[in-house]
Design a protein around this ligand. Structure first.
Ligand SMILES: Cc1cc2nc3c(=O)[nH]c(=O)nc-3n(C[C@H](O)[C@H](O)[C@H](O)COP(=O)(O)OP(=O)(O)OC[C@H]3O[C@@H](n4cnc5c(N)ncnc54)[C@H](O)[C@@H]3O)c2cc1C
Length: 259
């Protein structure tokens, strides 16, 4: 079974850099790392291929400046190879262009399953996985909290506010996973060394059959109108325990629909 995982390489959230006031986008000229949201997809894919007993995990990523640091982490976890889409004309690309580029890189491959994160940590429109599915004309399942492969089908527990829905979908398909889906492994020293010789196939916009004016700022159909500071977190409510504080906690959790 061959699984392709979409992995976004993002500025380190501990030092995210700055927003460009003119373009209202995140400056991404710093070292990028593997988005933690996507380490769950990589781990899930490795476990599914292990369980199938054959096949491999491949990565696709679109990133500026031929950035590979995040890919190196996912390759060290155990993925076999990667396709990196990098091209100066991609600057300013919106979510749909990103999806079209990733879909074009996936379309070239024999693939049973495409896995993505539910939303990235730096952009989080949460739209790219469903857009990839639409471009490739594949079924899409979102917010998977568990995935099992059964013959030519995936069985997914799809997270909902109330719990989860059981969804069955024929393969090939695109599944986006939630953060809790599995516990990502840490790359071993052996994995880190092995990653250095794994193939990373770099593609330009032209390699994928697109013209420079179809992507980037020129090709964007979305526009960022405004950006604003996130509101400060308000102080939490302090509950003094008079012996029945647990009732207030239960009420709070019920209102949050956690229980
Ligand atoms: C007009 C416009 C211009 C923009 N210009 C820029 C810019 O110049 N620089 C910039 O940094 N951002 C820019 N952005 C933001 C950028 O388009 C989005 O971050 C990007 O398209 C992905 O969307 P997302 O992060 O919201 O993905 P989501 O839908 O939240 O991501 C879900 C999952 O999709 C997959 N995925 C998403 N993006 C990638 C990727 N690049 N590679 C591999 N997998 C991926 C991952 O698995 C991820 O977990 C721009 C946005 C707009 C609207």
């Amino acid at each position: 079974m061959n699984v392709v995982v979409c992995v976004k390489q993002i500025p380190d959230p501990a030092d995210p850099g700055a927003l460009d006031p003119e373009t209202k986008t995140l400056k991404r000229d710093v070292k990028l790392i593997l988005d933690e949201s996507d380490s769950y997809g990589v781990e899930m894919a490795l476990q599914l291929v292990d369980a199938a007993g054959e096949g491999e995990v491949r990565l696709v990523s679109m990133a500026p400046n031929s950035e590979r640091s995040g890919l190196a982490t996912a390759l060290a976890m155990g993925a076999a190879s990667a396709t990196l889409i990098s091209d100066p004309s991609l600057l300013g690309s919106d979510a749909l262009t990103t999806a079209k580029m990733l879909a074009a890189a996936i379309a070239d491959q024999e693939v049973d399953l495409v896995i993505a994160g539910s939303e990235s940590s730096d952009g989080y429109t949460g739209t790219v996985p469903a857009q990839i599915a639409a471009v490739l004309d594949l079924p899409s399942v979102t917010a998977a909290k568990a995935i099992e492969v059964d013959g030519g089908q995936v069985k997914v527990q799809r997270q909902t506010d109330a719990g989860y829905d059981d969804v069955t979908c024929t393969m090939p398909c695109v599944v986006s996973v939630t953060a809790g889906v599995v516990e990502p492994r840490y790359p071993s020293f052996k994995g880190i060394m092995a990653a250095k010789s794994k193939p990373v196939d770099e593609k330009t916009v032209a390699d994928l059959g697109f013209a420079a004016d179809q992507v980037g700022w020129k090709g964007a159909e979305q526009e960022i109108i405004d950006i604003a500071e996130a509101p400060q977190r308000e102080a939490g409510e302090v509950v003094e325990d008079d012996g029945e504080a647990y009732l207030k906690i239960i009420e709070f959790l019920e209102n949050m629909k956690v229980i």
